[in-house]
Ligand binder design. Structure first.
Ligand code: AMP
Ligand code: ZN
Ligand code: FE
Ligand code: FE
Length: 288
């Protein structure tokens, strides 16, 4: 029997992915996927293009986004799946996140300039094109200008956490991010919970605290999560009554080792994951 596969965590040129939404949809069709969620960082603007392309190519596309929140331990990423079309309030919150990012980018650029690597915000903006601007774009400009031999080296020498031009994120708290996405009517899922290697007890307690704010799922399958970690997250979800989401976190050439749908080669997400999330939404009277 043909197994229908999905990917509920992907990035496009509207943030730091390298395929535009239409090319991403075409790529998903080539990969034989049945559904994807576009989850660009701090924006939903690519969704309309992806949804339109999905209609054309016969691929189910879920409008999503991934918010970078700041907890007392550091970053936590929160996924909103089934985001509505952008209304005024939603636009304002996302615009505020973009502005905070831009101020951080400016500060990192200032530091790079004072380290003897002149570059401008305009160059970084031009590199990002139409979407959310972040460190991967700064890294690419550093590479293009010949200051580093690779994007990776840009992170290792200058803009990775704790490096001389790194500036910590000024963002909303995980509680605020979850509440906001919930208020939009999205299914809210904690992205790649084990990525940052926070103590498991702290992580579990934090997940528990986010449930009253509207957290509805955890991302149990992700390219950077081991099978053992997936099992752990599935058991946490069961204990807490949460749903499960999964995705590769595909970024195109910005993360060349990660393939759409299959991640590092061993991801295989069945359509039943999507159906289970949909059924939770229906149970709450939310549209799918
Ligand atoms: P930002 O949201 O601006 O802080 O950028 C975060 C993004 O930078 C992540 O989503 C990764 O895609 C990328 N990134 C972070 N650390 C590294 C690294 N060491 N090498 C390459 N890319 C990285
Ligand atoms: Zn990213
Ligand atoms: Fe993330
Ligand atoms: Fe992501």
């Amino acid at each position: 029997m043909l197994v229908r596969r999905i990917d509920l965590h992907t990035h496009s040129t509207f943030s730091d992915g390298t395929l535009d939404p239409e090319a991403l949809v075409r790529h998903a069709c080539e990969k034989g996927l049945s559904a994807i969620a576009l989850t660009d960082h701090d924006t939903c603007q690519g969704a309309e293009y992806a949804v339109r392309a999905g209609r054309e190519y016969g691929l189910r596309v879920i409008r999503g986004c991934e918010l970078s929140a700041t907890s007392e331990m550091g970053e936590l990423h929160i996924l909103g799946l089934w985001m509505p079309e952008e209304g005024a309030e939603m636009r304002q919150v996302l615009k505020d996140l973009q502005q905070r990012r831009m101020r951080r980018n400016e500060r990192m650029i200032e530091r790079l300039c004072s380290l003897g690597l002149p570059l401008s915000l305009n160059e970084v903006r031009a590199c990002a094109g139409c979407g959310t601007v972040g460190r991967p774009h700064i890294a690419r400009v550093l590479f293009r200008k010949g200051y580093v031999t690779s994007v990776r080296q840009a992170f290792e020498r200058y803009i990775g956490q704790g490096k001389p031009a790194f500036v910590p994120r000024d963002s909303i708290s995980p509680e605020e991010a979850v509440r906001f996405l919930f208020s939009c009517g999205a299914t809210v899922s904690l992205a790649h919970p084990f990525l940052y290697r926070y103590p498991p007890d702290w992580l579990f307690a934090s997940i528990k605290k986010l449930i009253p704010c509207g957290l509805d799922a955890i991302e149990a399958w992700h390219s950077e999560q081991s099978e053992r970690e997936t099992d752990e997250l599935v058991s946490w979800a069961k204990k807490l009554g949460l749903g499960l989401s999964g995705g590769s976190d595909f970024h195109g050439q910005n993360k060349p080792g990660i393939k759409l749908g299959s991640g590092r080669g061993n991801l295989c997400l069945g359509f039943d994951i999507l159906e289970a999330l949909e059924s939770r939404r229906r149970g709450k009277g939310l549209p799918v």
